[in-house]
Design a protein around this ligand. Structure first.
Ligand SMILES: Cc1cc2nc3c(=O)[nH]c(=O)nc-3n(C[C@H](O)[C@H](O)[C@H](O)COP(=O)(O)O)c2cc1C
Length: 276
């Protein structure tokens, strides 16, 4: 049951919900308010566009009261200059302060992250987070010890061999080449039966990076953490990542480095304009 309810008094019969529904299952006739036929309900992708697009907040679905949504005006979003500065100026941070990020901020970022786009709105993502630096330190030590043991036992596949440079770097110099001394880790995963698990995961991480950096945090995508977890299935299981699910990892925390300017990469991508 979708619980698609339209407030008769508030509805202006503007048909914006009818026009915006991606599945085109909302109908309206004469002076009546919009409705969804029971036989069409299963085609709803649960995107809530009907609730979001309605100017007088007349539409409720899934028991959601539209008045509880964040109202949007022309000034609700960061302006384009600030967004472009964020994209140009966010950096992969590899030096962190030895402090926990405020748990309330982590929670707010993860709540907002649930709004990332996902294919057919499946939202089949799991956010696995290490939000306590003491837990992260235990995880780091287990990972580095696990890698050293796996190397001795000849269990590190050739394609991950360069990970092993991290072991002497840690043992001899205390340098953390894999987790970069970060206090926190976020792994986002999706079951393979999601429509586009890889795209959904990577998109959510990209959104996390931008939100976190705009909130003053440092982040770095961490392929090396993912490789480490692939070499150490017991550790992967211990953090709750399910074999066969697509996932990727990102480190984050309060940065111990501040960048004075952007890099100069506007010309890095090839742009092709197509005329057919
Ligand atoms: C998919 C992916 C995996 C990455 N893995 C690592 C990693 O394991 N360790 C690391 O230090 N940086 C990692 N990075 C960061 C890149 O090295 C970095 O984005 C690149 O050098 C450009 O620097 P910038 O992000 O500051 O612009 C990764 C980036 C991406 C997109």
């Amino acid at each position: 049951m979708l619980q698609f309810v339209v407030d008769q008094a508030k509805c202006t019969r503007c048909d914006l919900c009818v026009l915006d529904c991606p599945s085109q299952i909302i109908e309206r006739t004469g002076d009546a308010v919009p409705f969804i036929r029971p036989e069409n309900e299963e085609r709803c992708i649960q995107c809530q566009h009907c609730l979001a697009v309605c100017p007088p907040a007349a539409v409720s679905i899934f028991g959601r009261d539209p008045v509880r949504s964040l109202p949007l005006t022309d000034r609700s979003f960061p302006d384009a200059e600030k967004m472009m500065a964020l994209v140009r100026g966010r950096r992969s941070v590899r030096r962190y302060r030895d402090e926990n990020v405020d748990p309330a901020l982590v929670q707010r970022l993860l709540d907002a992250l649930s709004n990332a786009a996902s294919a057919i709105n499946r939202r089949a993502l799991t956010f696995t987070v290490i939000d306590d630096k003491a837990v992260m330190q235990r995880f780091r030590l287990k990972a580095l010890k696990g890698l050293a043991d796996a190397a001795k036992a000849g269990q590190v596949p050739e394609r991950f061999a360069y990970l092993l440079q991290a072991v002497p770097a840690w043992d001899e110099k205390g340098v953390d080449r894999i987790f970069r001394g970060a206090p926190h880790l976020l792994a986002i995963s999706a079951a393979p039966e999601s429509v586009c698990p890889q795209e959904d995961v990577n998109l959510a991480l990209a959104y996390f990076e931008l939100m976190a950096q705009s909130a003053g945090l440092g982040t770095v995508w961490c392929g090396m953490a993912k490789m480490t977890l692939e070499v150490l299935p017991d550790l992967k299981q211990a953090v709750g990542l399910v074999p066969g699910h697509y996932y990727y990892t990102m480190l984050f925390g309060l940065p111990a480095v501040r960048y004075a300017r952007t890099v100069q990469r506007d010309d890095a991508a090839r742009i092709r304009r197509v005329q057919v």
